[in-house]
Design a protein around this ligand. Sequence first.
Ligand code: G6P
Length: 612
Amino acid sequence: MCGIVGAIAQRNVSDILLEGLKRLEYRGYDSAGMALIDDPEKGISTIKTVGKVAKLVEAAHKRDASGKLGIAHTRWATHGRITRANAHPHGSGDRISLVHNGIIENHESLRQELAAAGYRFATQTDTEVIAHLIRQALENGASSLLEAVTSAIAKLRGAFGLCVIDRQQPDRLVVARCGMSLVIGDGIGGENFVASDPLALGQVTDRFIYLEEGDVAQLTCDSIEVWNGGRRVKREIATLSGKASEMDKGGYQHFMQKEIFEQPQAIRDTLSGRVSGDHVLEEAFGVEAGKIFDKVEQVQIVACGTSFHAGLVAKYWLESIARMPCQVDIASDYRYRDIIVQPGTLFVAVSQSGETADTLAALRYAADRKHVATLAICNVATSSLVRESDFCLLTMAGQEIGVASTKAFTTQLTLLLILAIVLGRRNGLAGKDEARLVRDMNRLPELVDRTLKLDGEIRKLSKQFSDKNHSLFLGRGIQYPVAKEGALKLKEISYIHAEAYPAGELKHGPLALVDSDMPVIVVAPNNDLLDKLRSNLSEVSARGGKLYVFADEGIGLESDRGCKVINLPGCPEVLDPILFTVPLQLLSYHAAIIKGTDIDHPRNLAKSVTVE
Ligand code: G6P
């Protein structure tokens, strides 16, 4: 995923830009570049390198790069191969230079029009059309860079975050946001910044303006002006605590708690650039991804722990949305099996860390056996799994420190749902259905946010677990893996024994365990299996079992003596597994607090299991 940094100041900004790029390395990239204006008479100086930011730093220092206005970028190739020429910044003439995150879907037609008008293309990227459109607008009489950018972006379709400089207006930087996050850093004493993540600017400011959809902003040394729909708008400045970073708890008691509450943003970041208003942006998956997806007839998912549960949920989506068979295996089992690979199988390894020994071994095992391709769904761009897979989709959860995985899981689910849509497109998923699914997904951050408001209620409920040693989690269909994940969370951090069962299996054994000492936790969404689930609840109540039901508010279930109901906001059915995971995370967290365990470092467990 590309990263942007920009700066305007009364001092040399090159080291600030390079430091910003280093801080964005976690996003994953394959080349990097920077453009600076020092003396406008001498033009724009641009440096680009393929590979790590460290190479760009070396090249910049060798050339003694300096300038008071500059933009910089890490590129993750989508259009055009990984080459120096395709790395950003991209220019037009020797006047405009810009960096871009995202995808311009109508770049082909724009390229033809611009070429016919005499603009020459030096790269294979979709980005270059934007640079030419801006120059064209200036040549056609736009009175300022801001006006030129506004008129150029009106012609673009897709998702973008942009940062532009103009040699003839070296006192300003213009930025625009449409579908990709962008923040402005309000600097101290005559300098201002922009970046795709506030993390990139932590060394220069703690005051940020989060741009909203459709915002275009002009930054000078002393001013920040934001426009939307042709009108000047006011955006609040948010101060991030001086210590705010992924490595501190930011006011939360534990990393796990912080990470649970970061989920709306983590999901937003994971969706960013991958979906537009009503469709998935397939190119975001990489240059060759489309051709690979065309060949896929079925999917094999392999993972461990929480990531395995994400795979189990995905199986339901791949069947119902993509109409494709899907097999899900635990990596430690898969790697030693005499597997049979059906033609057209896409191998998908899901992992937060990308370093789990069994998952890596499974990937290496699969790589030798005629899969269409190997795909990593992973949270760490620099991990072995990402490096060794044919292609990858990065969850943009940010660093996850708590051993019990939370935001990595919900962002894995987010990407697996996107994968199901991309494969579904090739297998009869209608455009209107894709549009509905994407609209639903775009509601996710807000729905998760509302679900997190149940925290107080769940904290109270968790008190009832303080003297319990065992528990049962029930779910039907796609909610069974959610119940499994809930049980895993509870056992790993509170050390309460927890078992998950598909609710339909209750009568085949676990019912024998049910008594007043065995809490039964149930996830009850509003779907076709609801009536069957109600019967399962009655089976538990009839045996004196105590029920804790997380229910969709739409089903109208009410608490009574043997059954405590917590209502979740109603949501589109496809989102149920993601939404219902959240209260189970909170329940485990609060139960563990009462038990007094070491929540972020539970006994005997490791965050990344790099040995077999
Ligand atoms: C360990 C962690 C779990 C994680 C599992 C798989 O057991 O404690 O939280 O789910 O490894 O890790 P991965 O990094 O491959 O997702």
